[in-house]
Design a binder for this molecule. Structure first.
Ligand code: SF4
Ligand code: SF4
Length: 436
């Protein structure tokens, strides 16, 4: 039996073009561009200099801030530049640029360890040192989530929903790297002192459910929870509500209702960090959309230019109208393919003109459809009115800060209003005002 949350939409998921294709290894880039900020929290400071020779897995940037995550070299070679470079989330960000020597020389710190007897604090420190962040797109530092959940959390949830259309990278990870995922879940259970973990997965991923069941075998401490395919089932608050019935109140965090949620690929990254000593250097990226010649899932070094991924999928069939990093509902539009893959890049999608859903914005016709689909029980129609008229106090009163920017209202709106963009701007202005 599959459970669900209030609201949400049922888009055409269009995952068939990549869901059955095994992950392919993408050739390492000649030049890796590694932004010092690929995570939520304080940016890192470079700890290497131009001219230094670095090894794969060597830490090249770090920060003393608690909410941050270090950056590692993803190729061996020479640091040729430390300067502001294009970032896929917009603008330019200080980046360490490495010329690949193609020797794939591993740093001595990258080696398997006997982790069974490590203490919880030692494991958390290793996860931090490895630069693990949420791989679902949010890129929140994993050690912070664990540390702030210790003693508060009594439900450990693993997010295998992957509800955004087109994206199948987690699906393929579940099929092909099942042992790493289960290994990571086991480490997280120990670190958070949990006797049970629940994997939430949408019922349309039959093959992944079967493979997971086989990998779990007779273990009673890891359960599979079937979820109804619906967007945004994979949003943290919606997943918690669906599985536990607990509602995360406005302004609160999952740990405040005793829950912690980790994406499946983050579990894999935790396992690689703790058991194999491998920091975050690669990730699986879905490259798809109507403009892509041969959609694929690629295992990519962080810092690889997006254009290399497009090239590896046969290039564009026709000139794309829109390129996104991330899914069609929450993705960030890209204006240059020279921006690099970062830790949170789960997809690169390119769309032809007829599929880019770029219709002109018109007037709100007060149909109320956005209200019916909002999973956060907000009133997008009012929020839009207030936001567009600069009425920030009203926006706040109507809960704009609770908007999870899922885009369900945008998807449903017949007037094609730019609702999420408007809410994002309002949120930013409110937060800027508070900071001042
Ligand atoms: S108002 Fe925010 S949370 Fe509600 S549907 Fe729109 S984007 Fe999603
Ligand atoms: S769905 Fe669009 S047109 Fe309908 S009420 Fe909401 S904002 Fe207005």
């Amino acid at each position: 039996m599959a459970y669900t949350f209030r609201g949400g939409v049922h888009p055409d998921f269009r995952k068939d073009s990549t869901s059955h294709k095994p992950i392919e290894e993408l050739k390492a880039p000649e030049i890796a561009v590694l932004p010092v900020s690929m995570h939520v929290g304080a940016p890192c400071e470079p700890i290497v200099n131009v001219g230094d020779i670095v090894d794969m897995g060597q830490k090249i940037a770090d920060s003393e801030a608690f909410v941050s995550a270090p950056v590692h070299a993803t190729v061996s070679g020479k640091v040729i530049e430390i300067d502001k470079r294009l970032h896929p989330n917009g603008g330019k960000v200080l980046s360490v640029v490495i010329q690949n020597d193609f020797e794939n020389r591993l740093h001595p710190s990258v080696k398997p360890r006997d982790y069974e007897h490590l203490t919880e604090d030692e494991i958390i420190a290793i996860i931090r040192e490895a630069g693990v962040v949420g791989h679902g797109g949010a890129a929140f530092p994993t050690h912070v989530k664990i540390k702030s959940g210790v003693g508060k959390v009594n439900r450990l949830l693993i997010n295998a929903a992957e509800c955004e259309p087109y994206i199948t990278s987690d699906h393929r990870v579940l099929l092909e790297r099942t042992d790493e995922v289960i290994g990571g879940v086991t480490i997280l259970m120990k670190t958070l002192g949990q006797s049970e973990a629940v994997i939430g997965i949408e019922t349309n991923k039959h093959d992944a459910i079967a493979v997971l069941k086989e990998a779990i075998g007779g273990r009673q401490d890891i359960k599979i929870h079937p979820l109804k395919p619906k967007y945004p089932q994979g949003a943290e608050k919606q997943l918690i509500e669906t599985i536990t019935g607990r509602e995360v109140p406005s302004g609160k965090l999952p740990a405040d209702v005793g829950a912690a949620v980790f994406n499946v690929d983050t579990c894999g990254a935790v396992y690689r960090a703790v058991a194999l000593g491998v920091p975050v250097m690669r990730r699986v990226v879905t490259v798809s959309g109507s403009a892509v010649a041969n959609p694929k899932n690629l295992n990519v070094r962080i810092g690889t230019p997006l254009e290399n991924l497009i090239e590896a999928t046969g290039g564009f069939k026709e000139e794309p109208n829109k390129v996104l990093m991330g899914g069609p509902m929450m993705g960030v539009a890209q204006f240059s393919l020279s921006a690099p893959v970062i830790k949170g890049t789960n997809a690169v999608l390119a769309f032809c003109e007829n599929e880019a859903m770029d219709a002109k914005s018109s007037e709100c016709i007060r149909c109320g459809k956005c209200v019916g689909v909002c999973p956060m029980n907000l009133l997008p129609t009012y929020l839009y009115l207030y936001s567009e008229n600069g009425k920030l106090e009203e926006c706040e009163k109507y809960g704009v800060l609770d908007c999870i920017e899922c885009g369900a209202c945008n998807y449903e709106c017949p007037a094609r209003l730019y609702l999420v963009q408007s809410f994002r701007t309002a949120k930013q202005r409110i937060l800027d005002k508070r900071r001042k």
